[in-house]
Design a protein around this ligand. Structure first.
Ligand SMILES: [Zn+2]
Length: 442
């Protein structure tokens, strides 16, 4: 037995007997059940999904005004429903909320969309997506209760945010945070790699760019640090170059996770590089307009959450583009796959000195500005960045100065930064806010 073996066993017992009843969500029990579920025959999994779907549809038809009006007293079928997006739901949020009070948790989408959104998610939906995350990590050699190093600390990577429950969960789950914020320069990257290695975490989980930075720093120093059993990247696209360099530097397999909080999509790559979808969480469609795309054809990703009733996500356009996988994945694991997710690429700023800044790196600058509701960053020419802001009451000169300094730190002195509060935002056709608009030719 590994020296680490006792704690996971004790935590498993404590979680199921004490923590789950207190939290009211059987996330670890679901994670254990998922090991069976993912090996069920395809039609048995489809039946299970169908039953969950019928429940959320029936609830929506009875208790959610928008869907009740559509249903007109009869049952509704998924395919007959209009595709909705965040802009549509927010424009009429009362109509999309259940009139029934159900156990739920407050959720807030990360700032990475430039359009933070607070909403209520059913406790059961939360438990299913959390369990799916645990089971995905188990597929790459982790056992619940073993130590994890989290690289990058945006709110979306910290479970339960910063309340006492979140802090307790992080301690119980033995998560260590070798870094504050997202830094990818050499010295910081080297320090992160050393800290993660010294923490003897079995899994490293974090931003692809940070892990790539760590790999490059370690390679440049010619170091050989003891690594984890596996590395899972998230939140930004894992460029194939990064993938190769991270594996080479640490000598362990690297997997990529794709998730979308609102709606509830979770998927993780296998050794063949395909994203396997958490089928207990949601149903996925890929469409162009209203027309379904065949596997292999890129389109917009549309999700239906199988547990969300407080705020149903039924045919919800998440704003990313993706390609459905064709047939069974060569790795042998059956179930829905995405051949690739295309929507997260391209969000980069090129600076006058040639360096590129990715969106997550810029997002952290806005943590300095709690009264910014929405932002959009436009680069009309190489040396100029215009930051459009939508502001809440309470934004003052001091906050503006902090924000500008934070942006300045990331963009350097060769760029003129203008904050503007009275300029309309540009939107993509689907209504999704395009956060970064660079008119500089690559
Ligand atoms: Zn596979």
């Amino acid at each position: 037995m590994r020296p680490d073996g006792l704690y996971p066993r004790l935590l498993d017992i404590a979680t199921r007997r004490a923590i789950e009843p207190i939290v009211g969500a059987p996330y670890l029990s679901i994670a254990a059940w998922l090991r069976d579920f993912s090996n069920w025959p395809p039609d048995q999994r489809a039946n299970w999904q169908h039953e969950r779907l019928e429940e959320v549809l029936a609830h929506a038809a009875r208790h959610v005004p928008f869907y009740r009006d559509l249903a007109g007293g009869s049952r509704i079928s998924l395919r007959s429903l209009p595709i909705v997006d965040k802009a549509r739901i927010r424009s009429d949020s009362r109509a999309f909320r259940s009139e029934q009070t159900l156990p739920s948790v407050p959720k807030r989408t990360g700032g990475t969309t430039g359009d933070p959104w607070a909403y209520e998610l059913d406790l059961q939906a939360w438990a299913h997506v959390y369990a799916a995350g645990i089971e995905f990590w188990e597929r790459v050699g982790y056992r619940y209760g073993e130590r994890i190093a989290v690289l990058g600390t945006p709110p979306s990577l910290i479970s339960g945010a910063n309340g006492w429950k979140g802090r307790l969960r992080r301690a119980v789950e033995r998560r260590v945070y070798p870094s504050a914020g997202i830094e990818t320069h050499h010295e910081a990257s080297l320090a992160h790699a050393r800290a993660a290695s010294e923490a003897r975490a079995v899994l490293w989980y974090g931003y692809a760019s940070m892990l790539a930075g760590m790999a490059d720093a370690v390679a440049a120093e010619g170091l050989s640090l003891p690594g984890p059993r596996a590395i899972v990247t998230t939140s930004e696209p894992l460029l194939s170059e990064w993938h190769r360099r991270i594996e080479a530097a640490f000598g362990v397999p690297v997997y990529d996770q794709y998730g979308c909080n609102d709606g509830g999509v979770l998927a993780q790559t296998c050794r063949e590089g395909r994203f396997h979808v958490a089928e207990n969480v949601s149903l996925l469609e890929v469409v162009e307009g209203d027309t379904p795309c065949s596997p292999g054809v890129e389109g917009e990703l549309v999700v239906t959450n199988l547990h969300a009733r407080v705020l149903p996500f039924l045919r919800y356009r998440v704003g990313d583009r993706a390609v459905l996988g064709e047939g069974t994945c060569p790795c042998g694991q059956s179930g829905a796959t995405l051949e690739r997710v295309a929507g997260r690429t391209g969000d980069r700023l090129r600076l006058p000195d040639g360096t590129e800044l990715s969106l997550p790196g810029l997002t952290t600058a806005f943590w300095e500005a709690p009264h910014v509701c929405r932002w959009q960053l436009v680069q009309p020419e190489l040396g100029r960045i215009r930051v459009r802001l939508e502001l809440a009451d309470g934004f003052d000169d001091a906050e503006a100065a902090r924000l500008e300094a934070a942006l300045r730190k990331r963009c350097g002195d060769a760029v003129a930064i203008e904050l503007v509060a009275d300029e309309p935002f540009e939107r993509a056709p689907a209504g999704k806010l395009q956060v970064l608009i660079s008119r500089v030719d690559a």
